[in-house]
Design a protein around this ligand. Structure first.
Ligand code: ATP
Ligand code: MG
Length: 433
């Protein structure tokens, strides 16, 4: 036998029955986005590397060490598997003038790639679902996006997801804070770990985000960005808070909440849970009014969030909220292969009428015994068996046998005979509600 090949480390196959959970989640997400008037945008998985260097900033974790970048062998172009999709969305919006006639509400979903150490809730190919509102400056859209996420948790039946918010102000305000922060951190140089020392002058704000327990007390005492915000930034933040309060959305102001990407300003937020170990952030976002210009477009305000699909599914599992597996409405039992031409025709007719039917597939030797076919029918979870026996077919009929009891302790209903020529009369009765 040839040597076995396996998937790339940190990249997962998603097979049944788990793929059904994904489809269920994707449907829930799409439905909710429609309710809020968001439309789907699909961008390529590969983008020019420059998009992320310019969009995310050279001193972010992603650009420094997590990107899958390569050179196109044919033309030497520098390309990267997208590590996130906000930069791609903005690139597309600029390239196609998507907001020439006003703001646009968009969503996307799909795989992202980051070269990280794989662990629970952290993979090298993972999936994000994101919502982006482009061209809107007011805190009302920030509030809408946050409320939307809260509605999503409720729709999924998830509990215990907490909201943290902060404001990063504007770049000039961050600059003043940065100077104060560096001075403070330098005065505690003995407490800084290697990572912090490296970031001290490149991206000191990220030091506040440290997970190193030895540095917690020290960063807790660091100057708060909030104290450096001007009146306008504070006003934006306070209006967001008022809107959240009015919707009864609970939140915690976390002055140490910063984002990994450089492009954020004003509102930033995260939804976190304590039930997923150290990978507890399930959804994160904020405002990025500077990004359009940064990647060569006309300035435009924007705000958005992205959630990690794997983490949401893990949390659903943790809380016992995953949906039941889909089952066919009916399973076709076909005693004799000679009946297949007629049977397949009828099954297609039933499917056109919205019935989910699984056909028994025989082997090289024929269809198999009735006993083994009924075993398969039962194992499929179908609510009905359709029996295409010789006798039934001779009468122009199919036997419809209920396989499940209407309630516990009761027997399944009796078998009926239905006319092959008139599926309209009985097909609807097979469909689940
Ligand atoms: P973290 O601090 O966990 O590394 P991040 O700040 O890098 O997160 P974002 O870039 O804001 O994450 O991505 C948004 C969401 O995507 C995260 O909140 C998380 O749910 C999910 N996510 C990010 N990286 C991964 C990954 N490697 N594997 C699985 N999910 C991820
Ligand atoms: Mg990360």
């Amino acid at each position: 036998m040839a040597e076995k090949l396996s998937a790339v480390k940190g990249m997962n196959d998603i097979a049944p029955p788990v793929s059904a959970h994904w489809e269920w989640l994707e449907d829930k997400l799409r439905t909710l986005m429609q309710r809020y008037g968001y439309r789907n945008l699909r961008t390529p998985i590969v983008e020019p590397t420059a998009l992320f260097i310019r969009g995310l900033g050279e001193v972010t974790d992603i650009v420094e060490k997590e990107m899958y970048s390569f050179e196109d062998r044919l033309n030497g172009e520098q390309l990267t598997l997208r590590p996130e999709n906000t930069a791609g969305v903005v690139r597309a919006a600029v390239e196609h003038s998507l907001i020439y006639d006003g703001g646009k509400r968009l969503y996307y979903m799909g795989p992202m790639f980051r070269h990280e150490r794989p662990q629970r809730g952290r993979y090298r190919q993972f999936h994000q679902f994101g919502a982006e509102a482009l061209g809107f400056a007011g805190p009302d859209v920030d509030a809408e996006l946050i409320v939307l996420a809260c509605d999503l948790w409720a729709e999924l039946g998830l509990e215990g997801i907490e909201l943290e918010i902060n404001s990063l102000g504007q770049p000039v305000e961050r600059l003043a804070h940065r100077a104060a922060l560096i001075t403070y951190l330098e005065s505690h140089a003995d407490l800084l770990d290697e990572d912090a020392k490296r970031r001290l002058h490149s991206n000191p704000l990220r030091i506040l985000d440290t997970k190193n327990p030895a540095m917690q007390a020290m960063v807790n005492g660091a100057p708060h960005l909030m104290d450096f915000l001007g009146a306008e930034s504070l006003e934006h933040f306070n209006r967001l808070r008022a809107l959240l309060d009015a919707q009864g959305v609970a939140y915690r102001i976390n002055p140490r909440l910063v984002r990994g990407m450089d492009y954020y300003n004003l509102s930033v937020f995260e939804f976190v849970t304590t039930q997923l170990g150290s990978q507890g952030t399930v959804c994160a976002g904020g405002r990025y009014d500077g990004l359009f210009e940064q990647i060569g477009g006309k300035a435009a305000p924007a705000v958005g969030w992205a959630l990690g699909m794997e983490r949401i599914l893990e949390l659903l599992k943790e809380q016992g909220k995953l949906p039941a597996q889909p089952v066919p409405d009916a399973y076709a039992v076909v005693p004799d292969a000679a009946a297949l031409p007629q049977v397949m025709k009828l099954l297609r007719e039933l499917r056109r009428r919205g019935v989910n039917v699984q056909m028994h597939a025989g082997g090289a030797e024929g269809m198999g015994s009735m006993k083994s076919q009924f075993k398969k029918a039962d194992g499929s979870g179908a609510r009905f068996a359709l029996i295409f026996g010789e006798q039934e077919l001779a009468q122009g009929m199919v036997a419809v046998k209920p396989l499940r009891a209407p309630a516990e302790g009761q027997a399944p209903a009796a078998q009926t005979l239905q006319p092959l020529t008139d599926p309209a009369a009985w097909a609807a009765g097979l469909r689940s509600a």
